[in-house]
Each structure stands twice: as structure tokens, then as C-alpha cells.
Ligand binder design. Structure first.
Ligand SMILES: *[C@@H]1O[C@H](CO)[C@@H](O)[C@H](O)[C@H]1NC(C)=O
Ligand SMILES: *[C@@H]1O[C@H](CO)[C@@H](O)[C@H](O)[C@H]1NC(C)=O
Ligand SMILES: *[C@@H]1O[C@H](CO)[C@@H](O)[C@H](O)[C@H]1NC(C)=O
Ligand SMILES: *[C@@H]1O[C@H](CO)[C@@H](O)[C@H](O)[C@H]1NC(C)=O
Ligand SMILES: *[C@@H]1O[C@H](CO)[C@@H](O)[C@H](O)[C@H]1NC(C)=O
Ligand SMILES: *[C@@H]1O[C@H](CO)[C@@H](O)[C@H](O)[C@H]1NC(C)=O
Ligand SMILES: *[C@@H]1O[C@H](CO)[C@@H](O)[C@H](O)[C@H]1NC(C)=O
Ligand SMILES: *[C@@H]1O[C@H](CO)[C@@H](O)[C@H](O)[C@H]1NC(C)=O
Ligand SMILES: *[C@@H]1O[C@H](CO)[C@@H](O)[C@H](O)[C@H]1NC(C)=O
Ligand SMILES: *[C@@H]1O[C@H](CO)[C@@H](O)[C@H](O)[C@H]1NC(C)=O
Ligand SMILES: *[C@@H]1O[C@H](CO)[C@@H](O)[C@H](O)[C@H]1NC(C)=O
Ligand SMILES: *[C@@H]1O[C@H](CO)[C@@H](O)[C@H](O)[C@H]1NC(C)=O
Length: 626
């Protein structure tokens, strides 16, 4: 026991006084490296535990340290996500053979020490996801010419990006996104002759694209989204022969998309959304054979008809997002339009008139359709079940009338889980409704037909859609009963049937829907008791209000002598006091309940006002989300 204690003592003394005792333990790492690392260890505020010096002065064995086997020199230091705090002092500069420094996802603060860029063998520098602040260091003389990857993502660096960045002439990947850089992008890219990926998204860069950037022959990924860049999108595709991904979303670019863009033959992902781009989509888009994802939402592009007939020639197009353009145009209905590979189609909030187009029928790979917030009218087509991969259909806020087609109860990928899982998912960040998803599969299976003029019954067969998570049929003119079979939709999280003309009782079996977290049947003509069991205990009164004959045993009026206000029987298959199905007992129970009769007392809270067939939208969050 004593010997262990003295050994531990001995080793810890050895650690703090390396010069005196290193000879007595196995030291295979270089002593300069060891000293540098020990200084670093003392300087960081949260000491690095796991194996750091505690046992061994062979720093090559410390966690996150890698040595070159022959020379035993430290060549890599990778301490990622270790809760390290403090400033980077000059201690690390002693590691003069370092090739990889990865301190990503810690809490380092202070300025970026310029010396890091003079570690002459450094190839990879990753300081992303820390709290470094101040300006990009000035690089005079010859910084590490070997640096190929520089990641400064998600820090608090500010000021302009120095033109000296061009002296890091071997950079292949440069990511300075999510900082507070401002001013123009430096015209330094002619010196970055190997740069393949450049991301400066989520900063406050302004001004035009520098010519050296828009003529870079090596660049394949350019991500400048969420800045204040302006001017025309004048990329020179004769020069940018390797460009495959361009994301200029959320800037202030204006003018037309250049006709010459098709010369960038390798383009496969284009995001120009949230700019001020106008005119039509250039005819030359036809030639973008690799184009798979195109997002142009929130611009001022016109002529949807031309856009679709051009884009159908991009045979690899899987995702097309055109929201908020083409204001007040007519939905093209040319039956010969055909999108062979299209999996995602979003043309929302364009105030398009016309009807649900027939050509959708031939786009058999579709998984997600969002045509919400238009003025599409007529009846819903009968062929939706032919689109066997559809799992997300949003046609809300239109003027669709007639019955819900029964074909919607036969959507294969909402019936069984194994249909669309065979589809390759699209794994590019994709944006709808203020949330960012990484995969199309992150969208919850949804059927949203709310805010239309649909009438007729809610088909009992909808219950077949076992994979459905969101069913919103609110704000229509649906009638008839809510049927028991809806409780077969075992994955349902949201069920909104509010503002229709439904009558009868809320089926007790709905309490089986364990995932249900949002439920509303408000403003119908329902009667009977609210099944206050399971999830139904959590729904607010507003879920039920506006029904003349709907009674709740949970919330009697304040002045009620609540003698029979018992706790609900959570385990049992019964209403409070009365088993479901025994209608005759209901009369007795009603005396202990409050009924939702205030439909006519409250002002209507509709967010949409119809005037003579025209639809006007008042303030509504969805308007901003799209
Ligand atoms: C010292 O380290 C070397 C290389 O890792 C190893 O071969 C040797 O056995 C070690 N010696 C002792 C005494 O631990
Ligand atoms: C010290 O070394 C022993 C034996 O090699 C090992 O079991 C222990 O986990 C090490 N302690 C630390 C803190 O690394
Ligand atoms: C830094 O380490 C993290 C975690 O291992 C890794 O994900 C990241 O790619 C590394 N950075 C570089 C530039 O290799
Ligand atoms: C960002 O930089 C501007 C000056 O360019 C400064 O006024 C602002 O405080 C900075 N914001 C943060 C969060 O550092
Ligand atoms: C971005 O920069 C512009 C000037 O180019 C400035 O007016 C604006 O306030 C800045 N925005 C932020 C968020 O720093
Ligand atoms: C576009 O790139 C080509 C090929 O590099 C070059 O010859 C031409 O001058 C460039 N055009 C402009 C306007 O920069
Ligand atoms: C396109 O850009 C917009 C605006 O910056 C962004 O919100 C969206 O996520 C981007 N879409 C893709 C697919 O990257
Ligand atoms: C968009 O461009 C038009 C001119 O093409 C201009 O009138 C308008 O102010 C711009 N809008 C924004 C938000 O910059
Ligand atoms: C189209 O996509 C398929 C499958 O992703 C791919 O194999 C093919 O090379 C692509 N064709 C073009 C011209 O991009
Ligand atoms: C949209 O573009 C048209 C010309 O195509 C222009 O008249 C109009 O002002 C633009 N609207 C906005 C909001 O920029
Ligand atoms: C839309 O584009 C087509 C083809 O370029 C053209 O014939 C048609 O006139 C355009 N429509 C409008 C309204 O500009
Ligand atoms: C899953 O797919 C297989 C073949 O594709 C089919 O035989 C099976 O019936 C499907 N399962 C369900 C639950 O639909």
C-alpha cells in the first residue's frame, strides 16, 4: 500500500519536475515536446485528465497525442470536446514537428496566436467550435506552406478577412463560417491555387463576389450563405470548371441568374434562395446534367411554366424548392411535364391559381410535396396513391373543394414502413418551416389539407395510414362522425380536426394513441363526453371548445359544487363514472361536467378571410416561415 502511494507521489513529482526524474521512467517522447505539452497542460483551465501525464512521461502515450514512430516527435495533437478553457499561449509552438492540431469543440478564448501559422510542418489546423475572438492574425513573412486544411468555424472572430489569407497557398479546405467577419471578401483567391472548398457562411461579409473567387478553377464547394453579399451572381463558369456546390442563400444578390451558368457543367447543388433574383430561369439550365438539388425560394423569379419546362430536362433533379416566387401565376398543367427523379417538390406561398396539376402523377419518385399557401382550386385528384413513395403531402391553405379522395387512404409509404426506406435519402441540409433537417427522412410523415373547402366525410380507411405522424384536416367543411378507426393510426402525434362540421362523439378508442401530443376538435358540432384518459388528460380546453354538446368532467365551472369531480380512472376503459357506450348513463354524468357551448360567444379566430372567392391572408406565422 505504502509503496503504491510513494509510487504515485514519485510519478506526480516526476510530472511536475520532469528535468529531475525523467531518466528513471520510460521517456520515449522528445523532451522538448514533453515540456511544451506539460506547459500546455498547466495553462489550460480544465486540466486534461485521462492519461495526461498522470502515469507516464512518455507523452506519446497520452490521449490525443500522436508521435512519429522513428523520431518519437509529436506530430498530432487532437483534443476534441474535452471542456478545455483558457487562451492558447506560445507553449504549443514548441511542438515544432506538429502536422495536425485539432482543438475543436472546447472553450478556448482570446485571439488566434499568429505563431500557429508558422509551425512549418502544420497541415491541418482545426480550432472550430471555440470562442476565439479578435481579428484574423496578420501573416507576414512565410507562414506554413503545408497548411491544407484550416477550420475556424463557430468562433467569434471579427473584422475583415485579411488578404494575407492568400499566402496560405496550399489550402485545400478553408472554413470560417459562423463567425462575425465583415467587410468585403478579399480578392486573394488567385493565390489559393489548390482551394477546393470554401465556406464563409453565417458572417456579415458584404460587397460583391471578388473576381478571383468567381474565377477559381479549383473550387468545387462554395458556401457563402447568410451574409450581406450583393451585386450580380457573376460567376465565370468558363473558369470555374470544378464547381459542384454553390450556396449563396440569404444574401442580397440581385439581377438574373446568368445564362452562362450552364457552363459550370459539374454543378449538382445550387442554392440561391432568399436573395433578390429576378427574371426567368435561363434556358441553359437544361444542360446541367448533374443538377440534383435546386433551391430558389424567396426571390422574385417569374414564369413558372418556363421554369418547369426547362428544369424537367435536368434528369437527375431530385429536390426542387421554388417557394415564394412566381406571384399570382397559374400552376402549369402541361401533362407532358415529367420529372423522372424528383423526390422533393416545394412550390409554396406563390399565390398560384389553377388546380393540382396532372403532371405530378408521372413523378413517381416523389416523397414530399408542398404546394401550400397558394390559391389552387377544384377537387383533389384521385391518383395520389400512384405516388407510392409519398409520405409528406402539404396542400394546406388553398381553395380545394369536394371530398377527400379515398386514394389518400392508400398511400403506400404511409401504410407500411418498408416502402420508402428503400429510397436513398437526400442528405443535404434542407429547409422548410424555419427548421433545418439533414435528411428528407427527418420530416415527419404528414398529411396536411387544412384551410381548404373540403367537404364530405373523414374516411374510416384513413386509419390504415399507420405510419402517419401528422394529420391536419382543420378549417374545412368536413362532416359526419369521427370514426373509431382513426385510432389505428398508432404513430399519430398531431390530429387536428378543428373548425369543421363534424358531429357525434369523440371515439373513446382515440385514447390508444400514445404518441398524440397535439389534438384539436374545436369548433365542430360534437356531443358527448371527452375521454379524459391517457394523453387526453393533457389536452387543453381549447382543444375542445366551440362544440355545443361536448362535455368535460375534468373542469367544472368555478361555482360548481364539485362533489362528483372524481379523479379519472386512468387504467380503466371508462369515462369518469360511466363506462363508454352506455349512452343512457351520460345524462347522469353531464350533471357533473361542463359543456363546451361557447362557440357562438367567442369571436371567430380565423387567420384567413375569404372575400368573394379571393383569399386574403392575415398575419400568420407560416407566412414568415416560408
Ligand atoms: C519503454 O518504451 C519502449 C517503447 O514504447 C518499450 O519497448 C519498452 O519496453 C519500455 N520500457 C519500459 C521500462 O517500460
Ligand atoms: C495509469 O496506468 C495504469 C496501468 O497502465 C492504468 O490502469 C491507469 O488507467 C492509468 N491511469 C491513468 C489516469 O491513465
Ligand atoms: C477534428 O477532430 C474531430 C473529432 O475527431 C473530427 O470530427 C474532425 O474532422 C477533425 N478535424 C479535422 C480537420 O480533421
Ligand atoms: C461583430 O462585429 C461588429 C463590428 O464589425 C461589432 O460591432 C459587433 O459587436 C460584433 N458582434 C459580436 C457578437 O461579436
Ligand atoms: C453587417 O454589416 C453591415 C454593413 O456592411 C452593417 O450595416 C450591419 O449592421 C452588419 N450586421 C451585423 C449583424 O453585424
Ligand atoms: C472567364 O474565364 C475565362 C477562362 O478562364 C477567361 O478567359 C475569361 O477572361 C473570364 N472572363 C471574365 C469576365 O473574367
Ligand atoms: C438554402 O439557403 C437558405 C438560405 O440561406 C437556407 O435556409 C437553406 O437551408 C438552404 N438550403 C439548402 C438545401 O442548403
Ligand atoms: C430587389 O431588387 C429590386 C430591383 O430589381 C429593388 O427595387 C428592390 O428594392 C430590391 N429588394 C431588396 C429587398 O433588396
Ligand atoms: C444521376 O444520378 C445517378 C444516381 O445518383 C448517378 O449514378 C448518375 O451518375 C447521375 N448522372 C448524372 C449525369 O449526374
Ligand atoms: C420583381 O421583378 C419585377 C420585374 O421582373 C419588378 O418589376 C419588381 O419590382 C420586382 N419585385 C421586387 C419585390 O423586387
Ligand atoms: C414564359 O416563358 C415562355 C418561354 O420562354 C414564353 O413563351 C412566355 O411568354 C413566358 N410567359 C410570360 C408570362 O412571360
Ligand atoms: C414489405 O415489403 C415486402 C417486399 O417488398 C413485402 O413482401 C411485405 O409485405 C412488406 N411488408 C409490409 C408490412 O407491407
Amino acid at each position: 500500500m505504502d509503496s503504491i502511494i510513494s509510487l504515485v507521489l514519485f510519478i506526480s513529482i516526476g510530472f511536475f519536475l520532469p528535468g529531475k526524474v525523467t531518466s528513471s521512467v520510460n521517456t520515449s517522447c522528445n523532451s522538448d515536446d514533453l515540456q511544451a505539452l506539460e506547459r500546455f497542460r498547466r495553462e489550460v483551465e480544465k486540466p486534461i485528465d485521462q492519461g495526461w501525464g498522470s502515469n507516464s512521461s512518455d507523452c506519446c502515450k497520452w490521449e490525443g497525442v500522436r508521435c512519429e514512430p522513428v523520431s518519437s516527435r509529436v506530430i498530432a495533437l487532437e483534443l476534441v470536446h474535452k471542456n478545455l478553457k483558457g487562451k492558447l499561449s506560445d507553449s504549443l509552438f514548441g511542438l515544432d514537428q506538429l502536422r495536425v492540431l485539432n482543438l475543436s469543440r472546447n472553450f478556448f478564448t482570446g485571439a488566434l496566436p499568429p505563431q500557429l501559422f508558422y509551425l512549418q510542418y502544420l497541415e491541418v489546423l482545426d480550432l472550430s467550435f471555440n470562442s476565439f475572438s479578435g481579428f484574423f492574425p496578420s501573416l507576414i513573412g512565410i507562414p506554413s506552406l503545408r497548411l491544407t486544411q484550416l477550420y475556424l468555424t463557430s468562433n467569434m472572430l471579427s473584422g475583415s478577412l485579411s488578404i494575407q489569407i492568400g499566402s496560405l497557398s496550399n489550402l485545400i479546405r478553408l472554413d470560417i463560417s459562423s463567425n462575425n467577419f465583415s467587410g468585403p471578401l478579399p480578392n486573394a483567391f488567385q493565390n489559393l491555387r489548390k482551394l477546393e472548398q470554401f465556406s464563409a457562411s453565417s458572417n456579415n461579409f458584404s460587397g460583391n463576389l471578388p473576381a478571383s473567387l468567381s474565377n477559381s478553377p479549383t473550387l468545387s464547394v462554395l458556401n457563402l450563405q447568410k451574409n450581406s453579399l450583393s451585386g450580380p451572381i457573376d460567376i465565370n463558369c468558363s473558369a470555374m470548371v470544378n464547381l459542384a456546390v454553390i450556396n449563396l442563400g440569404s444574401n442580397q444578390f440581385r439581377g438574373a441568374i446568368p445564362e452562362s451558368i450552364s457552363t459550370c457543367r459539374k454543378l449538382s447543388i445550387i442554392n440561391f434562395s432568399q436573395n433578390n433574383i429576378s427574371n426567368q430561369i435561363p434556358d441553359s439550365f437544361k444542360n446541367l446534367k448533374y443538377l440534383s438539388q435546386l433551391s430558389l425560394s424567396k426571390n422574385n423569379i417569374s414564369n413558372l411554366s418556363a421554369a418547369l419546362s426547362i428544369l424537367q430536362h435536368c434528369r437527375n433533379l431530385t429536390s426542387l424548392v421554388l417557394t415564394r416566387n412566381f406571384q399570382n401565376e397559374v400552376m402549369p398543367n402541361d401533362p407532358s411535364l415529367h420529372f423522372k427523379s424528383l423526390s422533393i417538390l416545394v412550390i409554396a406561398n406563390c399565390r398560384l391559381s389553377g388546380s393540382i396539376p396532372e403532371w405530378l402523377r408521372s413523378c413517381t419518385r416523389l416523397q414530399l410535396i408542398d404546394l401550400s399557401w397558394n390559391s389552387l382550386s377544384g377537387v383533389m385528384p384521385l391518383w395520389f396513391d400512384e405516388l407510392k413513395f409519398i409520405f409528406y403531402l402539404d396542400l394546406s391553405c388553398n381553395l380545394l373543394s369536394g371530398n377527400i379522395p379515398t386514394s389518400l387512404t392508400m398511400l403506400q409509404s404511409l401504410i407500411s414502413s418498408n416502402v420508402s426506406s428503400e429510397e436513398a435519402s437526400i442528405d443535404f441540409p434542407f429547409y422548410i418551416q424555419s427548421m433545418q433537417y439533414n435528411q428528407i427522412r427527418s420530416f415527419r410523415p404528414t398529411l396536411n389539407l387544412s384551410y381548404n373547402l373540403l367537404s364530405g366525410p373523414i374516411w374510416p380507411e384513413l386509419g390504415e395510414l399507420k405510419m402517419l405522424h401528422v394529420l391536419d384536416l382543420s378549417h374545412n367543411q368536413l362532416s359526419g362522425h369521427i370514426l373509431d378507426s382513426l385510432s389505428n393510426m398508432i404513430n399519430l402525434e398531431t390530429l387536428d380536426l378543428s373548425r369543421n362540421n363534424l358531429c357525434g362523439e369523440i371515439p373513446y378508442s382515440l385514447v390508444k394513441l400514445n404518441f398524440l401530443s397535439k389534438f384539436s376538435v374545436a369548433y365542430n358540432q360534437l356531443t358527448g363526453m371527452i375521454p379524459r384518459v391517457g394523453q387526453f388528460l393533457t389536452f387543453p380546453d381549447s382543444s375542445f371548445e366551440g362544440n355545443r354538446g361536448l362535455c368535460d368532467s375534468l373542469s367544472p365551472p368555478d361555482n360548481w359544487n364539485a362533489k362528483s369531480n372524481e379523479k379519472p380512472d386512468e387504467g380503466g376503459e371508462s369515462f369518469i363514472g360511466a363506462p363508454f357506450g352506455f349512452g343512457t348513463i351520460t345524462g347522469f354524468v353531464i350533471t357533473a361536467t361542463v359543456c363546451y357551448i361557447f362557440a357562438d360567444l367567442l369571436p371567430p379566430s380565423r387567420t384567413r378571410i375569404r372575400r368573394g372567392g379571393k383569399v386574403t391572408y392575415t398575419k400568420h406565422w407560416r407566412q414568415f416561415a416560408r
